[in-house]
Write a protein that binds this ligand. Sequence first.
Ligand code: TYD
Length: 199
Amino acid sequence: MRGRLIAVEGSEGSGKTTQAQRLAEALGAVFTREPGGTQLGEQIRNLLLGTDGDAPCDRAEALLMAAARAQHVDRVVAPALAGGNDVVTDRYIGSSLAYQGAGRGLGVAAVAAVSAFAVDGVEADLVVLLDVDAATAASRLEGSLDRIEQAGEEFHARVAEAYRDLAAADPQRWLVVDGSGSIDEVARRLQAAVAERLA
Ligand code: TYD
């Protein structure tokens, strides 16, 4: 039987990476991330998030995200699913829709078309949106900020709003989980909600 693909989405500082890892462990799923997850994808990630050199223009950013995603699907996600493994990915198509589509203003429909080409039919069975308010997210951001984290408050407000709109528009696929509280509290809440959906 084909495995299930679960994407964990959210703004910077939502605690998404930690929760995605915990979820993968709990499900015995393959854990992976975007942009990245393959050698080429991690190289593309460095190009995308680095703060020195020539910053990609918005369209180049969208296409590089999609290129990393195509490689990730082809080399990691699709083979794992075909082998019957569940996969938890830290970010997937939703990130491109929210960050490039809404945040950069390229348009959600245009970016959805690029992502559709990249994933060639491999859609997430469940998309978990870890929702935190802007103040909580800001308080969790630490260390030096990467190029996209530096994009500013208005950009990040557009991203957060787009995520909520995407989840509201497709409640069958999206699950919104309150990301406030301790790591353990959120993990319990998230894993219980996912188990109920996947049952
Ligand atoms: P993330 O791995 O969450 O960074 P960190 O580990 O520092 O929290 O995400 C990397 C960045 O890439 C994040 O700013 C969101 C951005 N991103 C997009 O803009 N579009 C995409 O399609 C993806 C997958 C990520």
